[in-house]
Design a protein. Structure first.
Length: 236
């Protein structure tokens, strides 16, 4: 059975991908910090294997991966720091954003790719963002991490394609998730999603389709945006 290791699987895009791949016949390892959310996910899809670990905990990640064979790695875990001008940003928020959104994904990929190279097969996906490809105010460090992920994905593909390993960057516009849950109030989130935006299930369907392609075809990047945007991110 093909295995998929998905970070940030307790909500939003990661949860939707975990369910979609489980339904498609994958052995899914769902990774997240919330044991309660993972328990709910497993109750909904009993075949999913929950793994409660913080992606920034290197030793814990190494221990988890020691005995696993990973065919598909989906680096989805991420966070959005408080919105605001970079000059006012707390240093602690900068550090956390860089560690969760960038360093953890690079480290996890490094832990997994040797086994893929040995088997001469594998697929690595990264949840990027339109923020990594266009300029927006009040999200400078978040944008920097997503731009770095894009650059890393491209260079990683160049390194690994001779070994038959595929790499895909998911570039999403406005998606209705919990990304802003802790930094925007209910009214602001309702305004953000007032018009129909991309849903996590939409991205999950794309992931399933991309993974189903033959080994000689690699979708290096796919952009998924709301149909009716008035700006590159789908905002008003």
């Amino acid at each position: 059975m093909t295995t998929a290791f998905i970070t940030g699987a307790t909500s939003g895009i990661g949860r939707a991908i975990a369910i979609a791949l489980s339904d498609a016949g994958y052995q899914v390892y769902a990774v997240g910090r919330s044991k309660a959310a993972l328990k709910e996910l497993q109750a909904e899809r009993p075949g999913i294997v929950p793994i409660a670990v913080d992606v920034t905990d290197r030793e814990a990640l190494e221990s988890v991966l020691a005995d696993l064979t990973i065919d598909v790695l989906i680096n989805n875990a991420g966070m959005m720091p408080p919105l605001g001008n970079f000059a006012d940003m707390k240093i602690a928020d900068i550090d956390t954003t860089l560690e969760v959104n960038l360093s953890a994904a690079i480290l996890l990929t490094r832990l997994v790719v040797p086994q893929m190279r040995e088997r001469q097969s594998g697929h690595i996906m990264f949840t990027g963002s339109v923020a990594g490809h266009a300029a927006f105010s009040n999200i400078a460090v978040y944008a920097a991490t997503k731009a770095a992920i894009s650059g890393f994905a491209g260079a990683l593909r160049a390194d690994l394609s001779p070994s038959g390993i595929r790499v895909t960057e998911i570039v999403a516009g406005r998606v209705e998730t919990h990304l802003y849950k802790d930094i925007l109030d209910t009214k602001a989130r309702e305004a953000m999603y007032a018009s129909k935006v991309v849903q996590p299930d939409d991205i999950a369907q794309m992931v399933v389709g991309v993974l189903a392609l033959p080994a000689w075809a690699d979708v290096t990047r796919f952009d998924i945006m709301p149909t009716w945007p008035t700006s590159p991110s789908g905002t008003k």
